[in-house]
Design a protein around this ligand. Structure first.
Ligand code: FUL
Ligand code: CA
Length: 484
């Protein structure tokens, strides 16, 4: 044997051994998207002069003096969010009314013209600091549509908008998200013109270069819009994705148009995503805690049970839950909101505190080897995972729970750094001497929470993966009983 081929054989087998992990499948998440997936539940705070006008969309003509919270308390808002289990907040730093909550150099229509902190305040800073102090991440939403700005609609406005983003990206630390919406153009104050202005949203905001700035200045900020690029809108403001949800997506233009941009896209696929879509682009389910995004005394927050249900239908379908928080005219969250958040946070915390699969023994029909053994689904670590050999595209994983357990939530997680692989599965429980199917589904992804109609009791549970284009990965398999 010649030494060279022998050496290369040796090297390549060593290499395969070290690289024994499955090959990635399809589009995979970036580092910033993986960080976003970890957040799961976050908040979107709306608080501008619009709050004091009791409106949803300020026209852009409110007197800055109207922005006068009687008892603003960033810590109160953040602590309530934290009790709700939110891991981050996004502050609407400028909404469609154009009022900037920080002392920007780009427009006179900003917080320095209000009585807040005698014109010396910076609400973006106060919220940011309170968030960080309490261990929450921070992000911003700066509305591209600006109903106050005299230059809106002209070719001079984009530079103003970009300068606003630049200030927000420079002065408030690392942002976990930069949130951009598609509400564009229409009537407004526009420096007193009080007219209707329309823009061509395919070109006006030059998203390619605008988001180029985001990438450069805030590389860890996931960019949200109707069409991603990092996180896509789920297509409604109801707070839920589709049960079968793919994190992959290819933004498509609406019928009759040639490009997809925020405010103009094809939305029917947004709740479910697109299997084998070009990009990893998970969904964000945004929904206000109350009926509107802004505080209105006549509205009530959703109950904690409703919020838990939305959690199951967003985070539990591999998406993120972005909950709208609306401080009242004091500049605090209403007691009812605080209670709803706390109730929701407790439901999630207590339900998922007790994994009934802990201490079980996992047995798989196929395993890729020691580093990918079935026990990896029970180690409470989503970085470790069970995987099958390259040839095994279907497999079963049985949990011996050692004693009878009663549960009504099944939690499954794929190892998403290698892509979303599984296309069909079912879950069986062992009951009266035979296996009984309790659930059948398609996608798993970052997290799949299955709420059974009624609790079941069993000492053995089996997951059957019945369809996958490639070998299987599974990070975690948990069983829970919802608390009340
Ligand atoms: C939408 C806006 O038009 C609403 O006012 C709100 O800010 C919501 C979160 O996004 O695009
Ligand atoms: Ca694991």
């Amino acid at each position: 044997m010649k030494i060279l081929p022998f050496l290369s054989l040796l090297l390549s087998s060593l290499f395969t051994f070290a690289q024994n992990a499955p090959k990635p499948y399809g589009a995979t998440p970036s580092k910033r998207q993986l960080a976003w997936h970890d957040v799961e539940v976050y908040g979107l705070i709306h608080f501008t002069p619009t709050t004091f006008e009791n409106k949803e969309w300020g026209f852009g003509d409110a007197d800055p003096k109207a922005f006068n919270p009687t008892d603003f308390n960033a810590e109160q808002i953040i602590k309530a969010a934290k009790a709700g289990g939110l891991k981050a907040v996004i502050l609407v730093s400028k909404h469609h009314d154009g009022f900037a909550l920080w002392p920007t150099k780009t427009t006179a229509y900003n917080i320095s013209k209000s009585p807040f902190r005698n014109g010396k305040g910076d609400m973006v800073k106060e919220i940011e600091q309170a968030a960080r102090k309490n261990g929450l991440k921070f992000g911003v939403y700066c509305s591209p549509w600006d109903r106050n700005n005299a230059l809106y609609g002209t070719d001079q406005y984009l530079a103003i908008y970009q300068a606003q983003l630049k200030e927000l990206y420079s002065n408030y630390g690392e942002l976990f998200m930069s949130w951009h919406d598609g509400a564009n153009g229409g009537d407004g104050y526009y420096g007193g013109a009080k007219e209707k202005r329309s823009i061509d949203n395919t070109t006006y905001y030059d998203w390619k270069n605008t988001w180029g700035m985001t990438r450069k200045m805030q590389p860890m900020a996931s960019i949200f819009s109707d069409i991603g690029p990092d996180v896509r809108w789920v297509g409604s403001e109801d707070g839920m994705a589709a049960a079968t949800s793919w994190a992959t997506f290819t933004p498509l233009p609406p019928e009759g148009k040639s490009v997809a941009v925020p405010g103009q896209a094809n939305y029917p696929q947004s709740p479910m995503g697109i299997r084998n879509g070009k990009f990893w682009m998970p969904a964000e389910c945004d929904v206000p805690l109350r009926k509107g995004w802004f505080y209105h005394a006549t509205e009530k927050p959703k109950t904690s049970e409703m919020l838990f249900d939305l959690y199951l239908k967003s985070v539990g379908y591999g998406a993120g839950l972005d909950l709208g928080l609306a401080p009242d005219t004091r500049g605090q969250l209403h007691d009812d909101d605080v209670a709803a958040l706390k109730g929701f946070g407790d439901l999630v915390k207590h339900t998922f505190a007790n994994n009934l699969a802990s201490g079980a023994v996992a047995k798989a029909s196929n395993t890729r080897g020691k580093n990918f053994s079935s026990s990896k689904v029970l180690d409470h670590n989503k970085q470790t995972y069970w995987a099958t050999t390259d040839q095994a595209h279907t497999a079963s994983l049985e949990l011996d729970l050692k004693s009878s357990k009663t549960f009504d939530i099944i939690s499954l997680q794929e190892f998403i750094p290698l892509g979303q692989r599984i296309e069909a599965f079912n879950v069986e429980i062992f009951e009266n001497g035979s296996w009984k199917k309790v659930y059948e589904g398609e996608s798993i992804g970052a997290k799949r929470l299955i709420k059974l109609e009624a609790p079941v009791t069993s000492n053995k549970v089996k997951l059957n993966i019945t369809k996958s284009p490639v070998c299987i990965t599974l990070s975690e398999f948990g069983l829970y009983k919802k608390t009340s």
